[in-house]
Ligand binder design. Structure first.
Ligand code: AHG
Ligand code: MN
Ligand code: MN
Ligand code: MN
Length: 339
């Protein structure tokens, strides 16, 4: 391609973070920037490991289960080790929650300013089939009375200072919010840098896609069964077309599509999972933060805002409905009429 089509002023994630730091009113000390750089290193390392997994016999089960009863895949355990080591090395993390660690990890870094919650490999049940998986992270800033224990993370969703996910798909994508919008980056493997590709991402206000595991239908409460029935078979008097269905089974991939195309993603509670299946601190909270910052909504089965919830235990779960504002409102209206 001709010279003028080559972008010679690319914005890397590192540059984006430093520019945001300079722009931030507070006399930023650079701690946050350092932590985000440790995060992006972890994402690059996990991405590289995932892409070589089949070649180095890393597919399959690790032979153990985690705190929420998931069978751990070898890559779950490896992703967790990579992430824990990167957070320890940053020197900036006091406490760490990981899906793959039953107990809270406390680092002996008294000067650290952050608490991190992480799902090292999201969608791992799909990983042996080559389906997109990812890493999901939520960040809290320690309060002045922090004692380096669970109270640093058993907090309301609105106290999160940042949320991001990496998705290891055809490319490795990173979606990040620090509370003023969402920015998306794509990993350039030649440079080893995440490049800004979705500046100030805003999700469509509405889109006729619903994303849910229909295999759970028989276990849902009646109002939820009726809601999806109406999306699929709109009553004659409603001049709306049926929604299309898309379900990948990796939350990161289903949420990534929802952020880019719009629509509704849901993991409702059911008779098998009374509080839903997705975990609050490292799945529902970060995805809710990102979706809201992109102009969407995120609520639970009862219509409560996800970010208004507070976990009692580090692996607490929640039902979740997230996506385009108009599509989530359809559900809220439906239960409003049902109650
Ligand atoms: P994880 O692989 O981190 O345990 O998460 C799996 C989650 C989430 O990725 C996805 O939305 C959901 O499980 C899919 O659950 P079902 O297979 O029950 O639909
Ligand atoms: Mn799991
Ligand atoms: Mn997950
Ligand atoms: Mn996981």
């Amino acid at each position: 391609d001709s010279a003028e089509s080559i972008d010679t002023d690319i914005i890397t994630l590192s540059r984006f973070i430093l520019e945001s730091q300079r722009a931030s009113a507070k006399n930023a000390t650079g701690e946050f920037s350092l932590l985000l750089n440790s995060l992006q290193f972890a994402f690059k390392f996990i991405s590289q490991t995932i892409r070589r997994a089949e070649l180095v016999n890393l597919i399959g089960l690790a032979g153990a289960s985690n705190a929420t009863g998931d069978q751990q895949k070898k890559l779950d355990v490896l992703g967790d080790e990579i992430f824990v080591n990167a957070m320890r090395a940053s020197g900036n993390v006091r406490v760490l929650v990981s899906e793959e660690q039953e107990e809270l990890i406390v680092f002996p870094h008294n000067a650290a300013a952050y608490a991190v919650c992480c799902d090292p490999i999201d969608g791992s049940s799909n990983i042996d089939a080559g389906v997109s998986v990812g890493t999901i992270v939520s960040l809290f800033r320690l309060t002045s009375d922090s004692r380096g224990n669970a109270s640093d993370v058993l907090r309301g969703g609105r106290e999160m200072v940042a949320a991001c996910y990496a998705m290891y798909g055809a490319s490795t994508h990173l979606m990040l919010t620090t509370g003023s919008g969402v920015n998306g980056f794509t990993l350039d493997t030649n440079l080893g840098e995440f490049i800004l590709t979705y500046p100030d991402l805003r999700m469509p206000i509405e889109h006729p896609i619903y994303s849910v595991n229909e295999g759970n239908s028989v276990y849902w409460d009646a109002p939820i069964q009726e809601f999806f029935q109406r999306l699929k078979m709109p009553p004659a008097d409603e001049n709306s077309k049926p929604y299309s269905s898309r379900y990948i089974g990796s939350m990161v991939a289903d949420v990534h599509r929802t952020l880019l195309y719009g629509g509704l993603f849901a993991y409702p509670s059911d008779r098998k999972n009374k509080h839903g299946k997705l975990r609050l601190l490292y799945e529902a909270f970060p995805m809710a933060f990102l979706v809201e910052q992109a102009g969407g909504k995120a609520v639970n089965d009862r219509g409560e805002r996800i970010l208004d919830l507070t976990p009692e235990h580090i692996h607490d779960k929640s039902s979740i409905w997230l996506g385009s504002r108009a599509d989530v409102d359809k559900y809220l209206k439906h239960i409003g009429s049902a109650n």
